[in-house]
Design a protein around this ligand. Sequence first.
Ligand code: WT7
Length: 656
Amino acid sequence: MTAEPNQMESVLLENRHFEPPSEFAKNALIGDSDQYRKLYERSIKEPEAFWAEAAEELHWFKKWDSVLDESEAPVYKWFSGARTNLCYNCVDRHLEGPDRNKAAIIWEGEPGDSRVLTYQDLHREVCKFANGLKEIGIKKGDRVALYLPMIPELVLAVLACARIGAVHTVIFAGFSADSIRDRVNDCAAKCVITSDGGWRRGKVLGLKNIVDEAVEGVASVTDVVIVKRGQGDPLPCHLKEGRDRWYHDLVQDQSVDCPCEEMEAEDLLFLLYTSGTTGKPKGIVHTTAGYMLFTYLTTKYIFDYKPEDVYWCTADVGWITGHSYIVYGPMANAATQIIYEGAPNYPNNGRFWEIVEKYRVSIFYTAPTAIRAFMKWGDEWLEAHDLSSLRLLGTVGEPINPEAWIWYHKVVGGERCPIVDTWWQTETGGHMLTPVPGATATKPGCATLPFLGIEPAVLSEEGEEVDAGILAIKKPWPGMLRGIYGDNQRFKDTYWCKWGGKYYFPGDGARIDQDGYYWILGRVDDVVNVSGHRIGTAELESVFVEHPDVAESAVVGVPHEIKGQGLFAFVTVIEGRDYDEKLRAELVTMIDKGIGKFARPEHILFSSDLPKTRSGKIMRRLLRDIAEGKELGNTTTLADPDVVRHLRKQFEENTK
Ligand code: WT7
């Protein structure tokens, strides 16, 4: 297991617990543990009735014939026979009543510019965008790649695709041209929507130039639409004749009416690429009805959503958190939310707290890596602002260390806000293990109990229930992935490879305590969680070995004070070649180009060999021990024990 032992020790020692604050529980949608338990029991005993009842809260062009169809498991089908549309439920549904003039998006750009879009505004802008996409020939089922900064047009583009049944694939704007090309090629995207640039730490970073490099010679891409980010003149963009056009030109004369495509329940909604244990990212497939219901219901109960809330999720729409808990879940609930474009420390370390105070944010959802950065920057940045509007805090992305949890609770939450530590994944679509804020007593660092309808277990490889082992999900749930795009075999091999294919295997280790609470212990595969972003070590390794001087490489995750985990790369150089600063710089440039700057390793250690078993398998466990400067574990299966001694020496010399 790759769970870091120090993290495991700290969670094992952790026995503080916090009851839901009574002020909060009094008005909560689920206000005590009995109510949660009753709802949970029903959801497990009669899942179809439970989900069908919840689905009644949403709009359907046609109701379902069956709730769950298991005939093609593990590709489970939900709400077969039904027809609906996510954009309709996130926008049009709110136009009939008072929510029509409610702010949907309160957007703030990094330089301080701002925009507010009501649900009525959203409807108009989304319809125009959707008609524009139709004009350039985008139809139901076509793939559209989005490579945009955190500006309202990103949300508009997502909703416009959903409206006409085009399949969006959002590519986080930190990915490199090579990464964009891989994704665009994998799904044969027809259109890329990007912008001239976006603000980050006081500078405009160009995006269109990266897209140009990415789609050069890619035959499937017939159209590129460019949003001008605003603030004066656009960055210079080369507009390729017949392929590229400005968004403002495209939408200018479009009609403000665009009927929603009536989507079948299992029609594709989006693809989102994520890292796995091989070098090739997986296009995770999410479909329409089940995903809609799951993000709607988890948002409602886990954020205890009330119409007067001001909700702020600090994630980027480029990750699943932004899909489920910026776009679809909150908007299906008619939420008012903050979207902020830039860095948390621009122009100073207090930017987030200034935003919380300015807009009276009541629900705040962020990642442990951000919390640790705030902690390090010092309490004075928070003390300078009135944070009394906050009533609920959330975290997601990786296990949160109890120290950071306690700090979040005290300094951000003023000891009055429940914290929801939500465990879930790109693949699960929404929250799986999480406190229900008015009902579940929390423990620092613990994702606590399952969401309604979710049946987890901690199992051994053999499938026996154990106290510490591998997390499994025993029942299908509406938000679950339906596949890996174009690779059904990999879908089965990755997620249904254990326990005879009966249960979903998420790839995390877990522990269950005496109260039946689930503690996530980290990944059990070669996936590293850097700042809450999933990075497959094999992706970096395959970039390194493209260098003509590199023979082999192994990348492991090591604990990192702020990022949770950092990347430590071992690189062996072909005999006789030099390894020096020049090579190091070249390798870093290759990662920037091959994946993106956010995947840069913390350390690159050159060596003449890597520790291997007699059958030639790299022993990553020993590499992790070396990278952490720890006692080496069992070395008896090594083909050549000298290799680790040598590596250890090099590590000591290089990290002094
Ligand atoms: C992996 C999924 C879900 C959106 C962000 C990441 C880890 C996520 C928690 C949490 C402990 C967590 C798991 C999971 N993870 N949330 N609250 N406690 N670990 O999505 O990129 O699909 O990564 O993130 O290891 O498998 P993702």
